[in-house]
Design a protein around this ligand. Sequence first.
Ligand code: HEM
Length: 344
Amino acid sequence: MSAIRSTFSRTFNKRSLYLLTGATAVVGTAAAYNEYQNNNKRNRPNPKVWGTLAAGTGLHIAECQKKPEDYQKVYNAIATKLRDEDEYDNYIGYGPVLLRLAWHVSGTFEKKDNSGGSFGGTYRFKKEMEDPSNKGLQNGFKFLSSIQEQFPWISHGDLYTLAGVTAIQEMQGPKIPWRAGRVDQTEDLTPDNGRLPDAKGDATYVRNFYKRMNFEDREVVALLGAHSLGKTHYENSGFEGPWGAATNVFSNEYFNNLINEKWEFVKNEAGNMQYNSDKGFMMLPADMALVQDPKYLKIVKEFAKDQDAFFNEFGKAFTKLIENGIEFPKNIKTTVFKTLDEQE
Ligand code: HEM
């Protein structure tokens, strides 16, 4: 990033691209922009991208002048809409689907060539939106369309990840430090389908899957704790039911249910095998992998007893997930958003 800063100090003209935000805007030229893109390993410096950004809607040029307060406004708009539209999915609300959207746009990341991930906001393109693994997430996307209209300067990747952070915090989860800086990329950089995990996987599958994104066991167990929220839907995944009772309150219930419920492995109405408990909860085969593997189980037991340890690990792992593969300019400030309750 030093080249960006030195270009900044030397050059300031009309074609300058404001790369970002926090308290300080980083200003650079097309060359600096290409370097920024390259550092984010989109190995094809693409003049079209620069042209679109410079001559197009001004989306990201505008974003660079934004301050933490501006992102707090976006947070507040999402949080208010979450409160107002609480009837979604039988009064679970949009929190879980927004969290899942943030995870799925980030979970396409491939460490090998640094492709995919949240950087380019490519979920907005047909190929990614119609990935069978993303069924149901269109509801989250539609929810966000009015927010995008209200704040047209924010990039798609920033909006999706900020919405996930908002959902977690408004559902009483841990604080998730967040940075702006994702830049919309063109459709040709949309990752192929098939990069998201298979719910039928066992522990070896889950461990290998997350290695692709550079996650260790503790991080994986913490991330899966998000399954205390929301539910599975036949029409989306061929599975049905919630993982627990508190479907819109972030907690460590998932871990307690994993070890304390009596589970029965049954074929569901869609013909898929899932674990059901007599309380009406469910687990996917990939969830149950966390109690079948002794290394995972140890961490599950710890998080079941100690919600603070879970919150702490989840917060770190989620930030890593939504930033995977992105090299932020060093002077980008991290924002910790206030919840609506804290502002009242
Ligand atoms: C091995 C990894 C994972 C697998 C196989 C998996 C699979 C699934 C499946 C099949 C659903 C149901 C979708 C539907 O039918 O609507 C689901 C929902 C969900 N997942 Fe995961 N998931 C994984 C990891 C994660 C992670 C890392 C997070 C977040 C950090 C997450 C958050 C959620 C949430 C919040 C929902 C509920 C969505 C709703 O209620 O609409 N999942 N997941």
